[in-house]
Design a binder for this molecule. Structure first.
Ligand code: PMP
Length: 326
């Protein structure tokens, strides 16, 4: 299930079927597993949606071979879409706010995509607006728009979710995942709740992000260094469905950073800040289960490590918290 032992004809066929690895920190009686999305060819969870969304859009005739996809992206989605676009005969243009990691932008360019930067101040909203402007200017160009595209969630409902449940023979009590677009969590949660309606579903965001407000939690908006998760404007995150979510865990940057370093030094995982935050939250949920605070069908928590720390070495990810330029 989590191996690719047979030879295949295209890099697209190596996407998914990533390992699920037990984490060693946390309460003794509750197992925590992390799905290692760094094993994808573009080294992040977003390879899944790159392939899935473009194959479906081509099937449906939303875009034809030779056409162009334009996407506002923090980077990982760009890499995933760029891999799939080229193999499926599409051109790719990405609109990236300046603050995002230079490694990601170099990788997108290496994958033959064009990059357009928008000002950091304009945020993801600025990148989204620019992508739509460009699409209007070009012939046969579409914006997959991962923040609003149900195919994003569907990719995880069809692949990530079933892989987790198959690997654990259905013995999943809680799913915990960082929310950027929320496609990952929503897809896994939809699948998991079908398997067992009592499955605990927990979203993870950096402190300073506002997802928690949707569930009625107090949140103070602020800047954060953790990359790839969180939102300042939930209206742009159309996939997030509060009906499916039991809790939103806000994780301070400092805790996410301590944890990503611990995951490397103690457990051999070269993962980035969103994985650090996910691991912190997964341990909180495991503690709640151990303390009898949550009624879950199994004493097992599953989380997702979305991408690799190598992608952020230029930002000093393994330096001190103060020196880390998130
Ligand atoms: N971690 C990282 C590093 C990401 O790039 C993303 C995607 N923005 C996520 C987590 C969250 O994934 P999703 O968009 O599916 O919520």
């Amino acid at each position: 299930m989590t191996t690719h032992e047979q030879p295949v004809d295209s890099v697209l066929e190596t996407i998914g079927r990533t390992p699920l690895v037990r984490l060693r920190d946390g309460p003794e009686d509750v197992r925590i597993y992390a799905k290692l999305e760094t094993f994808n060819p573009g080294a992040s969870i977003k390879d899944r949606i790159g392939r899935y969304i473009l194959e479906r859009m081509l099937d449906r005739g939303d875009v034809a071979e030779g056409g162009t996809i334009i996407e506002p992206t923090a980077g990982n989605t760009g890499i995933g879409l760029a891999i799939a676009a080229k193999q499926l005969g599409l051109d790719a243009i990405f609109v990236v706010p300046e603050r995002f990691s230079i490694e990601k932008q170099q990788l997108m360019a290496a994958l033959d995509a064009e990059i357009i930067n928008t000002p950091t101040d304009a945020g993801m909203g600025g990148a989204i607006d620019r992508a739509h402007e460009l699409a209007d200017e070009l012939d046969d160009a579409v914006v997959p728009q991962q923040f609003a595209n149900p195919l994003n969630t569907e990719a995880h409902y069809e692949t990530t979710g079933p892989e987790i449940y198959e690997a654990l023979d259905g013995a999943v009590g809680a799913v915990v995942a960082g929310c950027g677009t929320a496609g990952t969590l929503m897809g896994i949660a939809q699948y998991g709740l079908e398997q067992h309606p009592e499955t605990h579903v927990a979203a993870v965001e950096p402190e300073g992000s506002l997802y928690g407000e949707v569930l009625g939690d107090d949140r103070e908006e602020g800047e954060y260094k953790t990359e790839g998760i969180g939102t300042h404007n939930v209206d742009t995150n159309e996939l997030f469905d509060p009906e499916l979510v039991d809790a939103v865990h806000a994780v301070p940057d400092r805790d996410a950073h301590d944890e990503l370093k611990r995951l490397a030094s103690e457990e051999g995982h070269l993962v980035a800040s969103s994985a650090g935050a996910a691991s912190v939250a997964a341990k909180r949920v495991a503690r709640q289960i151990a303390d009898g605070e949550l009624d879950v069908p199994h004493d097992t928590v599953v989380t997702v490590f979305a991408d690799s720390s190598e992608r952020y070495l230029s930002k000093g990810i393994y330096r001190s918290f103060e020196e880390w330029d998130g």
